[in-house]
Design a protein around this ligand. Structure first.
Ligand SMILES: [Zn+2]
Ligand SMILES: [Zn+2]
Length: 248
C-alpha cells in the first residue's frame, strides 16, 4: 500500500543552501521508492530518517545532472556499507551504461545486486506487493519520463522537467496526488518554453484537465523565494509542502 511521499530536494537546476536538487521519496507499507537522485540527496535522505534496508527501487526521470548527480555517490556509499540486497533501477536507456562507465573510470567494481529496467521499452512495471508503475514520455530537451505509482486504491504521479503536454494530462488522470514541476512563474512563460519547463499556472491547468485530487508543485527556480511559492493555491489547497512527509 502507498503510504506517504516526501520531497527531499525541490530546487530546479541548481541547489541552494536551503534547497536540494530533485529527489522524492515514496514510502509503501513494505519498502521505499526514490524518484531522482540529485546531488546531495544521500545526506538529505539520511537526515529524513530513511534506511538502506527499505530502499528497493530508484526511478530516474532523465539524465540531467540535477536529477542524477547524487546517484553514483549513493550507490558508492551503499557499496561501502556492504548493502548487497537487490536494488532495482528504472530509467532512461543510458542509465546502466552511465553507471558502468562511472564505476569503470573510478576503478570501482560492482558487488551489489543491481537490476536495470529501461523505461524506453517498458512502460508498465509491477513492483513487489502489488505496486504498479506506469510511465509516459514528456517533452524536455532530452528524453524524459513521468511516473505514475499505484496500489489497488490510490496513486501518485510525478512529472518534472517538461513542457506542458498531452501525456502529462493522460498520466495524471484522476490521480490522488500529482507532483508537478513549476520551474518558473507564469510571467516568465517565454523563458519556461525556451528551456522546456512548465509554469505554476500551466501545471494547474494540467491538474484541472486531469481532475487530480491534490496538486503539489516542485523544481523551483532559485529566483523564487519561499514566500513566492507559498502563494500558489490550487483547488483551495496550498501547492507547497517543501520537505515535509505527507500521507497519500
Ligand atoms: Zn531539472
Ligand atoms: Zn532537465
Amino acid at each position: 500500500m502507498l503510504q506517504s511521499f516526501q520531497i527531499i530536494g525541490y530546487s530546479g537546476g541548481v541547489p541552494t543552501q536551503d534547497r536540494g536538487v530533485t529527489c522524492v521519496m515514496v514510502s509503501t507499507t513494505n519498502y521505499d521508492v526514490m524518484i531522482d537522485c540529485g546531488e546531495g540527496s544521500y545526506l538529505r535522505w539520511q537526515k529524513a530518517g530513511y534506511k538502506w534496508k527499505n530502499l528497493k527501487y530508484i526511478l530516474i526521470t532523465h539524465m540531467h545532472p540535477d536529477h542524477i548527480g547524487g546517484l553514483i555517490p549513493l550507490l558508492f556509499y551503499r557499496k561501502l556499507f556492504g548493502i548487497d540486497s537487490l536494488l532495482t533501477l528504472i530509467g532512461p536507456p543510458q542509465l546502466k551504461e552511465y553507471f558502468e562507465d562511472c564505476y569503470r573510470h573510478s576503478g570501482l567494481s560492482n558487488n551489489q545486486d543491481l537490476q536495470w529496467i529501461d523505461i524506453s521499452t517498458n512502460n508498465q512495471i509491477n513492483f513487489q506487493n502489488d505496486i504498479h508503475i506506469n510511465t509516459m514520455e514528456m517533452k524536455h530537451k532530452i528524453p524524459c519520463w513521468g511516473y505514475r505509482i499505484s496500489d489497488s486504491g490510490k496513486n501518485l504521479v510525478f512529472i518534472t522537467d517538461t513542457l506542458p503536454n498531452a501525456n502529462a494530462v493522460k498520466l495524471s488522470e484522476n490521480a490522488d496526488v500529482l507532483i508537478h514541476e513549476a520551474t518558473f512563474t507564469h510571467n516568465m512563460r517565454e523563458k519556461a518554453k525556451k528551456h522546456f519547463h512548465t509554469t505554476e499556472i500551466q501545471a494547474m491547468e494540467i491538474a484541472d484537465k486531469a481532475k487530480v485530487k491534490r496538486l503539489i508543485l516542485t523544481h523551483f527556480s532559485q529566483r523564487l523565494t519561499d514566500r513566492d511559492v507559498q502563494e500558489w493555491i490550487w483547488n483551495g489547497k496550498s501547492c507547497i509542502v517543501f520537505d515535509e512527509r505527507v500521507e497519500i
